[in-house]
Design a protein around this ligand. Sequence first.
Ligand code: FMN
Length: 155
Amino acid sequence: MVALLDYPMFVVTTRVGDDRAGCLVGFSSQVSIKPSRFLVGLSKKNHTFRVASSGATHLAVHLLSKEHRDLARLFGSETGDRIDKFSRCTWWEGPEGLPILADAAAWFAGRVLDRFDLGDHVGHLTDPVGGNAPDRFDDLVTFSDVKDLEPGHEA
Ligand SMILES: Cc1cc2nc3c(=O)[nH]c(=O)nc-3n(C[C@H](O)[C@H](O)[C@H](O)COP(=O)(O)O)c2cc1C
């Protein structure tokens, strides 16, 4: 059933000091309205998870338009264990020094409130503290656009 769902994909970035990390994420959802809460699942194998676990207080969550699906490939098929993804894309320093992708269709920064062991992923519960989104989206990158990518790390 879930393999047939065509949900939106996100690029989640974080930083601790000068260490920046980010990966493509499908396991994510709004989980509360009041208070507003958003859950991000990071694979325990990923470089992004290790940086996030090394004291990251915030995550940035981005949506991509299909026009920028190359960013989904960069963040989903490459690993920060081997390359510096941030030398291959345009970004700026946002809230809490988070790397914000300049070509994102929308983004928000969230403070990490809690972490939950979910199995092979760890859920990061965030409190959105700021961001930017247009009035409407055109064509967002969804699971069907990226399902054939080879992940930088197997989950
Ligand atoms: C379709 C698809 C969905 C993915 N979903 C997630 C996810 O929900 N959480 C996650 O941590 N990684 C997910 N990944 C895997 C990472 O994006 C990928 O392994 C990435 O290269 C890890 O980069 P890093 O080692 O620099 O963190 C997904 C990859 C693909 C192709």
